[in-house]
Design a protein around this ligand. Structure first.
Ligand code: NDP
Ligand code: 2IT
Length: 448
């Protein structure tokens, strides 16, 4: 889509020139600016006060060397990043990603999206993201520990429970958070809620592990119900087999659906009888094995090399929960051809712009990542609240709060889309609703 608004068209050009080569960041910004076209026309004050120029420029980027020693005694060097994007409505909040594909453009796209997602939760958290090109795959626990300690030695200078509170993302789960927390505490002699996604023994929240996947299903359920449908009796395809995919599978199944496929970066499994989730949890959470091992236990299930083929499986609901741009236009066409009625994004920016356009044009209900996967960070904010009051809430209480938050996000995104004459377009609705709170806070705080 091209911008009708000249100011936005020029701004987008400047952003591309100022952030060369960062194509994921351009993609994330373009989508938001497109959604904001009717908003800036109605509210010129956002343009006059430079809100958009300020919003697309991170408040601070920290980039650092992470040296560590592997089990053979060899010195290894990775790159660490933390992008503190926007603190208008609260301290920077967002995960850390450890994956070889990480570079500044990935962390900036994730940090930018986090601003709006965090705003949508209704909780007081700003946007940030971090990570490293370190690959935890195939590393021993001791190597991961030494890497995390080195990473935190630098990161600890820039974070704090009132400043910036990192958490997990791809490649960062409770093992990594544990090592990072231990090193932060050792350096600062301070036991604080500086990270979320902690284990229950040292300040974690019940339901944080489940939160992103559960939240995705609560959101999707709200979207389906609003259109007279539900998960009951539906066939669901979920990509990925990490934290988000596993707990989305669990909740979708609880809500009456049958999940028939999961994947990892090597390939996908199709089990028409419904995924055996206990086995997936054992393979992925405990043994850190590949998804193809599934067929050793269930020889009737199929394994296919390559992860993209997962979208050729016939389903009613598709939940991409692996990574960015994993669902392209060709995949969207296959989903539509096979009668898919809803796609909701558990991963961050998993659908390409062409895929989104195709799905929306073909009346597939589409739940964008910022709204649909906000349950993880929302529950992180609930973990921060519990840490502040030095208390801990029951699973039922946190889960109920999560469900309420996801339903509110759905209705707020839906209402914003309607207000700006784009009824049913949750991409626009989520971007607008997320933007307004942050933009108004920025206006009130002056040019900072
Ligand atoms: P995990 O590391 O637990 O799992 C990631 C899964 O995605 C794995 O199955 C992995 O396969 C697969 N994957 C990762 N990269 C690729 C790739 N390049 N191509 C194909 N498959 C890939 O991460 P999470 O489940 O936590 O995160 C999944 C997505 O959800 C990410 O986009 C993340 O940003 C997003 N998200 C996570 C939240 C959270 O609370 N954890 C909150 C909101 C969003 P393999 O093992 O082979 O690498
Ligand atoms: O993308 C995300 O929202 C996350 N990885 C979770 C961030 C958090 O702070 O819990």
């Amino acid at each position: 889509m091209n911008f009708k608004n000249k100011y936005l068209a020029e701004l987008m050009e400047r952003i591309i020139a100022r952030n060369p080569g960062e194509k994921e960041f351009h993609q994330a910004v373009r989508e938001v600016l497109e959604s904001l076209e009717p908003v800036v026309e109605k509210h010129p004050e956002y343009i006059e006060q430079g809100v958009l120029e300020r919003l697309v420029e991170p408040e601070r980027i920290i980039k650092f060397r992470v040296p560590w020693i592997d089990d053979n005694g060899t010195v290894r060097v990775n790159r660490g990043f933390r992008v503190q994007f926007n603190s208008a409505i609260g301290p920077y909040k967002g995960g850390l990603r450890f994956h070889p594909s990480v570079y500044e453009g990935i962390i900036k796209f994730l940090g930018f999206e986090q601003i709006f997602k965090n705003s949508l939760t209704g909780l007081p958290i700003g946007g940030g993201k971090g990570g490293s090109d370190f690959d935890p795959k195939g590393k021993s626990d001791r190597e991961v520990m030494r890497f995390c300690q080195s990473f935190m030695t630098e990161l600890s200078k820039h974070i704090g429970s009132y400043t910036d509170i990192p958490a997990g993302d791809i490649g960062v789960g409770s093992r990594e958070i544990g090592y990072l927390f231990g090193q932060y505490k050792r350096i600062n002699n301070r036991f604080s809620g500086v990270l979320t996604g902690k284990s229950l023994e040292y300040g974690g929240s019940l339901a944080r592990t489940e939160a992103t996947g559960y939240g995705l299903c609560y959101f999707t359920d709200a979207m389906l119900r609003d259109h007279g449908s539900s998960f009951e009796g539906k066939t669901v395809v979920i990509s990925g087999s990490g934290n988000v995919a596993i707990y989305a599978t669990q909740k979708a199944t609880e809500l009456g659906a049958k999940v028939v496929a999961l994947s990892d970066s090597n390939g996908y499994i199709y089990d028409k009888l419904g995924i055996d989730l206990d086995l997936v949890k054992k393979l992925k959470e405990v043994e850190r094995k590949r998804i193809k091992e599934y067929i050793n236990v269930h020889p009737d299930a199929e394994y296919h090399e390559g992860c993209k083929g997962i979208w050729s499986i016939k389903c009613d609901i598709a939940l991409p929960c692996a990574t960015q741009n994993e669902l392209d236009e060709e995949s969207a066409k296959l989903l539509v051809e096979n009668g898919c009625i809803a796609v909701a994004e558990g991963a961050n920016m998993p659908s390409t712009p062409e895929a989104i356009e195709y799905l929306q044009k073909n009346n597939v209900l589409f739940g964008p990542a910022k709204a649909a996967n906000a349950g993880g960070v929302a529950t992180s904010a609930l973990e921060m609240s519990q840490n502040s009051i030095r208390g801990s809430w029951t699973f039922e209480k946190v889960d109920k709060m999560l469900k309420d938050i996801m339903e509110n996000i759905y209705s707020n995104a839906s209402a914003a889309a309607e207000e700006y004459n784009m009824k049913g377009n949750l991409v626009a609705g989520a971007n607008i609703a997320g933007f307004l709170k942050v933009a108004n806070a920025m206006l009130e705080q002056g040019v900072v």
